[in-house]
Write a protein that binds this ligand. Sequence first.
Ligand code: X2X
Length: 334
Amino acid sequence: MKFFNITSAALAASLAVALNIGAAGAQELRLSHNTGDATTWHKGAERFAELLAERSGGDVTVRVFPNAQLSGGDQMRQAEMVGRGALDLVVTSAINVTPLVPEMAVFSLPYLYSSYEQVDATTQGAPGQILSDILLEKGIVVLAWGENGFREVTNNIRPIRSPQDMRGLNMRVAGPMYIDVMNALGANPQQMQWGETMSALQQGVVDGQENPIGAVIIPQQVYEVQKYLTAWHYSYDPIFLGVSKEVWDAFDADKQTMLREAAQEAMEYQRQITREDTAKGIDFLREKGMEVYEPSADELAAFRTATQPAFDQWAAKVGPEIVGAFQDAIAATN
Ligand code: X2X
């Protein structure tokens, strides 16, 4: 039986070579991300897979696994798994890496950014590279930065127009920094996996959540279970496409260039569709029956003041050098 299997495998291999079917050394990589298969995260990951398959002539293929399936539903564990080579590739947001690399919280400090221009000056420039360097020490090679987006708050209890309106709301949050931000606002934060959040909202386990409009709220149909949205732009969240250093080091220089270029093009596309979907998102959400509130500049300033203690606390954890590099790059855009 064994003999027969070996023989047929050997026969199949020589046939494949003779017929030029399936290149020798063809490699399938597994990519994990933690949102659903309708999100811009998923579309960006699929675009990367297409580009890579095309350019490598099928030598390197990528299978995309959504919903944190490969990490048992734990969105925070993906980065650590890529770092030790248990996953080949990951698309995840900065927030999910903060347990492994607290410095990643720099991007999402409350009201750090007030425009996409400021965002791009950091994620696509030298400040982003500082974080890529730290991730490399953890075994993760960042190939390109994409976008989750400015995170907006939704809930089922009341419209949020001022910090006072947040008091007493039970809020699902993604990561540790938001616990402090929500506490500063007088809400009751509860850290929860994204994969469990929709049912928690539906069942009223929590009153609200916060996520970006184009990348998550619309494609994951949060509007089906939430009544009120306030576009308070309180925290920005980038995503990145990363590869395990172990996998990366095994590729030759040509393949490495191929991977990096495919990732950069895919994440550029991902940022573009995320911004487009966000720009038309508020009209769409109103059509779907959500009550959307867009705060004035003064109202935004009140949210900024109220979240300042969490900014200070997390800026200290990130460290003044990194925060300073971000603030300088942001100031240079004005
Ligand atoms: O869990 C979330 O809220 C999400 C999808 O935005 C992240 O992965 C941080």
